[in-house]
Structures are given as structure tokens and as C-alpha cells.
Design a binder for this molecule. Structure first.
Ligand SMILES: Cc1ncc(COP(=O)(O)O)c(C=O)c1O
Length: 423
């Protein structure tokens, strides 16, 4: 790994267009991050709205230019708030929703229910009722109990369109918690069981089998592993729709070079051309590679403690970024006013766990109490896993665009922390 990244290296991890102002302060979406912190406090997740919209268009264009009958369904789980889902809907994307809560936010975001597809390996009656009541376009069947439940809950005469989720048997080179395509996976059905589920759905008067779904895992940096999922589902037969899942990795650190969306589309569509019916519909479900780079988190330094190593502690941590402790993901960081260079420190959070580190070993220039610190690439799976550990107030989300900033999710209040305590 490179130990001395320069300013441009650091900027390249932030949303495209991020630069430093005349006095060296970081500017994202045309807005100085110190101004964002002054207006909305810290920690705050800052999303570059324009950059995210461009990324959504890039995805759709990449697939539609190669395979005209394709759709991109944003994997809401990676950043499930109404403003993000609305942006995706406005850009023409469908939404993949994992569970009832994401149905609720998607509907609030103005999504057409017909353009929602529901995932879940443990769907409840309540969630399936919500899907049926809202008229969701597609339910992805993960197991035989999904079929039983749907047949029990669907009103007579209805016809719910479904995909059957298939385990592709691909061992992905990613963190164990992010690998979903191996044969021991809890998601979906192995090919023989999938064949049985397909036959059941085909014979059900209440269900319509539209196609098959597969997903190899998340944060994959090798398109061949993603493309390897096409053959196992192609082998199951000829269908209207093939949903190839998400999984393309994001660039978190200097030495990672994930494939571009064009590389990814090339690899997936090459397999589709070789193995799938030419008139079928393709769906991809990007999450991380859509949102990760287009947001960063701004913290305030609360303590600098010098010992065997230097700990720079900030006012957030595993309450707003569980990726580090859950998957071991490496992030980078910089002071907002002094970008790049300096002494190697460990950035830690405010939570009562030694594992609550944001960055283990990163160069910061003269860190001091009161400085602002920005961690790039926090758009994926950070907001969604935010929690109230140690009484943390969950982080707000601020959209920046053309120099303007607006709050789209407010910070928890102290009152929120006791609002569910009924006795
Ligand atoms: C079924 C499904 N589709 C899409 C995604 C999105 O994956 P990623 O965020 O890696 O693109 C996931 C997440 O793991 C998933 O489980």
C-alpha cells in the first residue's frame, strides 16, 4: 500500500468534483465542509446529489446501450432513506427493497409500486401483506415458505409476479459477511431446489413466474466472479427476466481499483449474450457501487491522545459506520482544513468498544481538538446501519449541490432516544 498519498489521491476518494478552496478547505458539491458542519453539526453524512444522479444515469446507460431490455434497480438497503430513493426513482431506476421498512420509505419517496422488487430470506406475513396491498411489481421468492405464505395471503383471482432466487455456487473473494453466492448461503435455493420452486410457482394459480434472480455478494472487485453467476441461472431454463443482483465493489482505499461500470456491464452482457435469450429482460441491483463514493462523513475531533500510538477521537464512530467492525473495511480520512500529509494516527470513535476504530493508521496534519475530519466513501451501508449505541443520536443526511446544502434526514434528538420507552 502507498504510505504517502498526495492531495489528489485523497480527493479521488471523494465525490467527483471535490476540491480544496483557496484556504485549503475541502469542498464537496460546491459547498465547504466547514460550512456544512457549522450549519448541521457533526457527525453528518454529506451526499453529493449531482454526482449521485450522474452515477445512476451511468448505470442505466451502460446496461441499456448494451442490452436494451435492461433495468437497474437501486439496492435500497445500501442507503434506504426517502431522499435517496426519490433521486433514484427520478433518474428512472427501479428499487430493490429488502423488507417492509424499505417498502414504506420507497412508497413515501413516490416510487411506482410496480417498479419495486421485494427481497428477504425471512419475509413475514406482515411484510408480504404490505407488498400485496401496495401492489409490488415483483416478489423474489427465497424459499418454499415464501410460496406457502403468498398462496395463503394473496386474494383469489390475483396473480403476483415472482422471481425465484437461485444460489449460483460462486465463492466470492470478499468478506464472509458479504458473500451470498456460495453453496452454504442462507439466501435463495440451490439449483435443484430452485427447479422445484420454479415448478411450484409455474403451477400456482395465484403466482406468475417471471424469471430467476441471483446475487454473488458485495464489494466484489473482479467482474469475472460477478459474471460467473449467469451460467447457473441460464441452466434453469428460458424466462422472461433474469435478475443478476448487485455486488460491484467501490474504491475505499488508494490501492483498490474496482472495475468501472462499463467493465461490469461488458462482462455481464457478454455472458448474457452467450447464455440468455436475446429478448429477455435483464435487471441489475447496484447498491454500494452506486452510493459509496458519493457521500462522506464529517466529524469533529474531540480528543487527541498521544501514547504508544496517537489516538485521534471523534464525535461519531461505530454508531454511524459499522462497516469497519462488521466487515473490516479499511477507510481513509483527512482533516477538512488541512488535506493530506502529516503524522500517522489512529482515528477512533466515541463508543465503548476497542473495536470502535474508524481508521487504523492514517496520516493527519497537526490534528487538534475542534478540527473537522472527513471520512470519504461512507455512502453505502453506513446510514442504514446507524445505531444508538451509547446513546448515540443517529446521524443526519445533508444533500449538497451547486454550493447549496439541504437537510434530508434530521439528527435524532435527545427526546428520540427515550421516545419508545413506554414504561
Ligand atoms: C439481493 C441483493 N441485491 C443487491 C444487493 C446490493 O449489493 P451491492 O450493494 O454490493 O451492490 C444486495 C446486497 O448484498 C443483495 O443482497
Amino acid at each position: 500500500m502507498r504510505t504517502e498519498p498526495d492531495v489528489d489521491d485523497l480527493l479521488s476518494l471523494f465525490p467527483p468534483g471535490t476540491h480544496t478552496d483557496d484556504d485549503g478547505t475541502l469542498v464537496v458539491g460546491g459547498r465547504r465542509l466547514d460550512d456544512v458542519a457549522a450549519e448541521f453539526g457533526t457527525p453528518t453524512i454529506v451526499v453529493d446529489e449531482d454526482a449521485l444522479g450522474r452515477r445512476a444515469r451511468e448505470y442505466l446507460d451502460a446496461f441499456r446501450s448494451r442490452w436494451p431490455r435492461s433495468d437497474a434497480a437501486f439496492a435500497s438497503k445500501s442507503f434506504p432513506c426517502t431522499a435517496i430513493q426519490r433521486l433514484m426513482v427520478d433518474e428512472g431506476l427501479h428499487l430493490d427493497v429488502a423488507g417492509g421498512g424499505e417498502i414504506v420509505t420507497a412508497i413515501k419517496a413516490g416510487a411506482d409500486p410496480d417498479r419495486l422488487l421485494l427481497h428477504g430470506n425471512a419475509k413475514t406475513d406482515e411484510e408480504l401483506r404490505l407488498a400485496i396491498d401496495h401492489g409490488l411489481g415483483l416478489v423474489v421468492i427465497d424459499n418454499f415458505d415464501d410460496i406457502d405464505r403468498l398462496e395463503r395471503l394473496l386474494p383469489p383471482g390475483s396473480r403476483q409476479r415472482c422471481l425465484v432466487r437461485v444460489i449460483p455456487g460462486v465463492e466470492a473473494a470478499t468478506h464472509a459477511s458479504q458473500a451470498t453466492g456460495h453453496t452454504r448461503s442462507k439466501f435463495g435455493l440451490l439449483p435443484d431446489a430452485a427447479r422445484e420452486a420454479i415448478a411450484r410457482v409455474e403451477h400456482s394459480p395465484l403466482l406468475h413466474l417471471e424469471g430467476v434472480h441471483t446475487h454473488v455478494g458485495s464489494q466484489l472487485l473482479d467482474v469475472d466472479q460477478l459474471a460467473a453467476a449467469v451460467a447457473p441461472i441460464a441452466a434453469l431454463g428460458t424466462f422472461e427476466t433474469y435478475d443478476l443482483g448487485g455486488g460491484l465493489g467501490a474504491r475505499y482505499t488508494y490501492d483498490e481499483h474496482p472495475p468501472t461500470v462499463d467493465d461490469y456491464a461488458d462482462a455481464m452482457v457478454a455472458q448474457a449474450r452467450a447464455l440468455l435469450p436475446a429478448d429477455s429482460r435483464l435487471i441489475v441491483e447496484p447498491g454500494r457501487s452506486m452510493v459509496a463514493r458519493n457521500a462522506c462523513t464529517v466529524y469533529r475531533v474531540t480528543t487527541v491522545k498521544r501514547g504508544v500510538i496517537t489516538h485521534v477521537a471523534v464525535d461519531g464512530g461505530m454508531g454511524d459506520n459499522l462497516e469497519v467492525s462488521l466487515t473490516g473495511q479499511r477507510f481513509e480520512a483527512t482533516l477538512v482544513a488541512r488535506v493530506g500529509g502529516g503524522e500517522t494516527v489512529t482515528v477512533v470513535g466515541r463508543h465503548c468498544e476497542s473495536g470502535d476504530q474508524l481508521v487504523d493508521g492514517v496520516a493527519l496534519r497537526d490534528p487538534a481538538v475542534g478540527d473537522l475530519l472527513a471520512v470519504p466513501v461512507t455512502g453505502a451501508y453506513c446510514y442504514t446501519m446507524a445505531n444508538q449505541y451509547n446513546g448515540a443520536r443517529r446521524v443526519p443526511v445533508v444533500f449538497v449541490r451547486d454550493g447549496a446544502a439541504r437537510l434530508v434526514v434530521r439528527r435524532d434528538t435527545w427526546q428520540d432516544l427515550v421516545s419508545r420507552d413506554v414504561d
